[in-house]
Design a protein around this ligand. Structure first.
Ligand SMILES: [Zn+2]
Length: 198
């Protein structure tokens, strides 16, 4: 893990000490610091499962082909990264609209994966969404080569579909998803309410 040298909150040089069983860079209060502890780097990504709700067409799932590194050319669920000042639910709705043009709302939580990479511990959360408006963007953009709805047969044989997206797409198209649903829970200490998936 990349270690911080200076405090991101107050700029003071960090010292390393044992905190909660491990050596961690710390902004010591006894030398005028703010008490910040470097617990490591984490990032949160989101993906959206959007099914075609057009009764006349085949049962299909929304996929995008990436036009950016990493993995340019690969197919995945639409999605992206959660900004530090937004919820995962807001991020997935925003990313799906940016990438595909479709406006959606959250149905529930469908999947989670975590991976401790060398520099950052990454988590990926997948939501089932319901389409409520918008039109599919046509043609390539800076981020996306193409996007569309694909059937189970197409998904099973699609080249360059990432393993995670294939697993999720096959489960969704086979009716195998288990969905956790949102409830609103009051915040503590004056903080706003939060959404809990149970
Ligand atoms: Zn500090």
């Amino acid at each position: 893990m990349a270690r911080m040298t200076f405090c991101p909150q107050c700029g003071q040089r960090l010292i390393v000490r044992i905190i909660e069983g491990r050596e961690r860079p710390h902004c010591a209060r006894e030398t005028g610091g703010c008490g910040f502890i470097d617990f490591g780097q984490y990032s949160l990504g989101v993906g959206g499962i959007v099914m075609n709700d057009d009764a006349a067409s085949q049962h299909a799932i929304l996929l995008i082909q990436r036009n950016q590194e990493p993995n340019r050319g690969s197919w995945t669920l639409p999605g992206g990264f959660v900004e530090s000042d937004e919820t995962a639910e807001a991020a997935v709705v925003r990313e799906v609209e940016e990438e595909t043009g479709l406006r959606c709302e959250i149905v529930g939580l469908a999947g989670f994966r975590n991976r401790p990479d060398p520099d950052v511990n990454t988590s990926y959360v997948v939501f089932l969404l319901r389409r409520i408006g918008g039109e599919l963007i046509q043609g390539p953009t800076a981020e996306i080569i193409q996007r569309g709805f694909y059937s189970l047969t197409q998904v099973r044989t699609m080249d360059l579909l990432t393993p995670l997206s294939r697993e999720l797409a096959v489960a969704a198209l086979s009716g195998q998803l288990c969905i956790l649903h949102a409830v609103t829970v009051p915040g503590m200490h004056g903080r706003p309410p939060v959404t809990l998936f149970i």
